[in-house]
Ligand binder design. Structure first.
Ligand code: AMP
Ligand code: MG
Length: 423
């Protein structure tokens, strides 16, 4: 246990991620896989379009028949039939004839081009099939014809593994014939708050008690990271009860997040439980807010293991350490890149800031766009690790390097946008 030296953020994060792999893939119906990450490269199961078809409502003709057609000298063709979408053509387009086609209808054999209805004397819209049609414009071969395979050919690479399935990917997978897809399993995250002072949300506050806000915020962060929270409620500051509750979580979860009870207080028992049921690393990470961080692993009855996080109880510290350490783990488990998945921008500090040297500070700031330059980052309010109000107002976390103990207004800093997710 190394609880004296300050561990650089990157080192803590890479030690954690070293042990994390994407969760095993599972096959599921396409619709249910929305938001999941493809676990393998996909290929087109079909050729699309499967056959040449019309891009317009109009008439399928032979281009040579209408080569001379103009508004002043139209060409008359006999109409021998129709192909609507979803029906096979029954007619061959012979010289001097036309077949009415509707958008998406198969091209009838013999025709090599489509004259759109607006370039004929046939009425647009719902109308009886005419016996003849006058064509006012010629068309080169292939005009308004969607060629077979012009979108994809069977066997073509489609979407690579690692893509998160959104609406556009759903469309292409459906079109290519994938009724089911293989995606990474969603991480299950047990969420536990500890502290005798905590009251569940909605219950009247007992004397000396505060609402348990961490259970709510951590569960929300789990959902925002694309994982599934399992809420374990509140454990008291008592070893046996805490251990029992943590073991409940370990049984079914990929990750367990406990908030509170990891500092050096007389009732901080989380570390002892982690050590007793599995492994414990206790780090004082060189960040502000946020040290200390307890990290470990415990065996699950099914032969797997559950990653254990003990985050500081102060609500802002819990929020920031989840963002920095837990979120990348959940992202890797679900098949995304193992980073925070956030957009970082450059911004100019509007205020003087001060902090502890030797630690990287994450300050809650609002961002104000400016037409003439980079955005302005303003402290969102009180920066104490118990002050949630500033967190709710903030657009992001301004990163103040370890090397500084202060920075004057006007300095350029990196801001991690909390409101933008990057996949
Ligand atoms: P601890 O890490 O247990 O020493 O807690 C540090 C501070 O965070 C104390 O002021 C706690 O009351 C507060 N705290 C701990 N857990 C929670 C929670 N679940 N919700 C709100 N505040 C909490
Ligand atoms: Mg406590």
């Amino acid at each position: 246990m190394s609880d004296v030296i300050l561990l650089p953020l990157e080192e803590a994060r890479s030690r954690i991620l070293e042990d994390v792999l994407p969760l095993r893939p599972e096959s599921m119906p396409l619709w249910e896989a929305l938001g999941r990450v493809l676990s393998e490269d996909t290929h087109a199961l079909l050729t699309l379009p499967p056959w040449d078809n019309s891009a317009m409502d109009g008439f399928a003709v032979r281009s040579e028949d209408v080569a001379s057609a103009t508004a002043d000298a139209p060409v008359s063709l006999r109409v021998t039939g129709e192909v609507a979408a979803g029906h096979e053509p029954s007619e061959l387009v012979a010289a001097g004839t036309a077949v009415r086609v509707l958008t998406g209808g198969m091209m009838p054999p013999g025709a090599d081009t489509v004259i759109k209805v607006e370039d004929t004397d046939a009425p647009a819209g719902v109308a009886e099939l005419p016996t003849a049609v006058r064509v006012f414009a010629g068309a080169r071969p292939g005009r308004h014809v969607r060629r077979a395979g012009s979108d994809m050919n069977q066997g073509d690479p489609l979407l690579p593994g690692g893509i998160r399935i959104g609406a556009a990917a759903t469309a292409v997978l459906a079109a290519a014939g994938h009724a089911r897809v293989n995606v990474h399993r969603t991480p299950r995250v047990a969420v536990l708050a500890t502290g005798d002072e905590l009251t569940p949300l909605g219950e009247p506050l007992a004397p000396a008690s505060i609402p348990d806000s961490n259970s709510e915020s951590v569960a929300a962060q789990v959902v925002a990271a694309g994982a599934e929270p399992m809420r374990l409620g509140i454990a008291p500051d008592a070893y046996d009860a805490l251990r029992a509750r943590i073991l409940d979580g370990v049984r079914d979860a990929d990750v367990l997040v406990v908030t509170g009870g990891v500092s050096v207080g007389a009732h901080d028992l989380v570390k002892a439980v982690f050590e007793q049921i599995g492994t414990l690393d206790l780090w004082r990470v060189a960040i502000q807010p946020g040290k200390p961080l307890a990290y470990g692993s415990a065996p699950r009855p099914d032969g797997g293991h559950c990653i254990l996080f003990g985050l500081p109880g102060n609500p802002v510290s819990s929020f920031v350490t989840f963002e920095l350490f837990v979120r990348p783990v959940l992202r890797r488990m679900r098949g995304d890149a193992a980073d925070q998945g956030r957009l970082s921008v450059r911004a100019e500090l509007a205020d003087d800031v001060s902090k502890s040297a030797g630690r990287r500070a994450f300050l809650r700031v609002t961002l104000e766009d400016r037409a003439d330059g980079i955005p302005l980052a303003r402290l969102a309010g009180g920066q104490g690790s118990h002050q949630l109000s500033a967190l709710a107002q903030a657009d992001g976390l301004a990163v103040i390097p370890e090397t500084n103990d202060s920075l004057p207004a006007g300095s350029e800093v990196e801001v991690i946008r909390l409101d933008v997710e990057v996949t």
